[in-house]
Design a protein around this ligand. Structure first.
Ligand code: ADP
Ligand code: MG
Length: 252
């Protein structure tokens, strides 16, 4: 039986800008099941990054509720609670990898464990295991600049997943990678999801990436305007392409 890990209820975000109010997210509701891989597709500016930022408590919603395991804590967006919430619940993976350039591969991956106050022995053991999963054992002492884009993203995935956070948020994680490298990254992510039973939201504008998902939500103008449940791969690609095409043709 599936269990809801994340419940988004009537979530809205309005930004105050010099040009007036911008509605980035407009009464969005959906649920994420434990172990589910959910893809979020949408035009540029449709509110995808805003959604991930709110779920990650990087920003505070204007209205609405974010429940993790059925619990809503409206103070979760304020520091120091936001940092604690993120540390316990969220792994972030970005398009630009966001690795610390002065740290080695193993130091980058170890960072969340060290911030959590894990003992040296535990850190060493977990990092070694992770290096094996992401296939970078021989690169452990190298710095990010010495790695290819795909290798850097594997480090970022390792870092995001090292503390086994229940929820992974990935914003265009293959956006800077070629097709073969993207495939490799998505396979790595799936392998780790399987190993740790994590729930993942992946923002993408690439239909072939979305076919890896269990379900796809289509965003336009801050709202969910369509949805697709994946079945069999060849069929999925066409269905997702078609639905995405329809959204691209909508007036802004
Ligand atoms: P996406 O990730 O789908 O491209 P975003 O969530 O980044 O879209 O942005 C949604 C809308 O909100 C856009 O119109 C964007 O300009 C606006 N927006 C996002 N962040 C801010 C911000 N910090 N301040 C003002 N407007 C913002
Ligand atoms: Mg974005």
């Amino acid at each position: 039986m599936s269990k809801t890990i994340l419940s988004i209820e009537d979530l809205s975000k309005t930004y105050q800008t010099a040009g007036g109010l911008v509605s980035a997210l407009d009464h969005v509701s959906f649920q994420l099941q434990e172990g589910e891989l959910l893809a979020v597709m949408g035009t540029s500016g449709s509110g995808k990054s805003t959604l991930l930022n709110l779920i990650g408590a990087m920003d505070e919603p204007t209205t609405g509720v974010i429940k993790v395991n059925g619990i809503y804590d409206k103070t979760m967006f304020k520091e120091p609670k936001a940092t604690i919430y993120r540390r316990e619940n969220i792994g972030f993976i970005f398009q630009s990898f966001n690795l610390l350039k002065d740290l080695s591969v193993e130091e980058n991956i170890a960072l969340p464990l060290i911030l959590k106050g894990e003992k040296d022995g535990v850190v060493k053991e977990k990092v070694s295991k992770m290096l094996k999963i992401i296939g970078l054992e021989e690169w452990r002492t190298h710095r990010p600049v010495e790695l290819s884009g795909g290798q850097q993203q594997r480090v970022a995935i390792g870092r995001a997943l090292i503390t086994s956070p229940p929820i992974i948020l990935a914003d265009e994680l293959t956006g800077n990678l070629d097709f073969n490298t993207s495939t490799d990254i998505l396979q790595t992510l799936l392998k780790m999801k399987e190993a740790f039973n994590q729930s993942i939201i992946i923002v993408t504008h690439d239909p072939s990436v979305a076919t890896y998902a269990d379900r796809v939500l289509f965003f336009h103008d801050g709202k969910i305007v369509d949805e697709y449940t994946c079945t069999e791969e060849t069929e999925d690609m066409n269905a997702i392409l078609q639905k995405f095409q329809r959204i691209l043709e909508r007036p802004a």
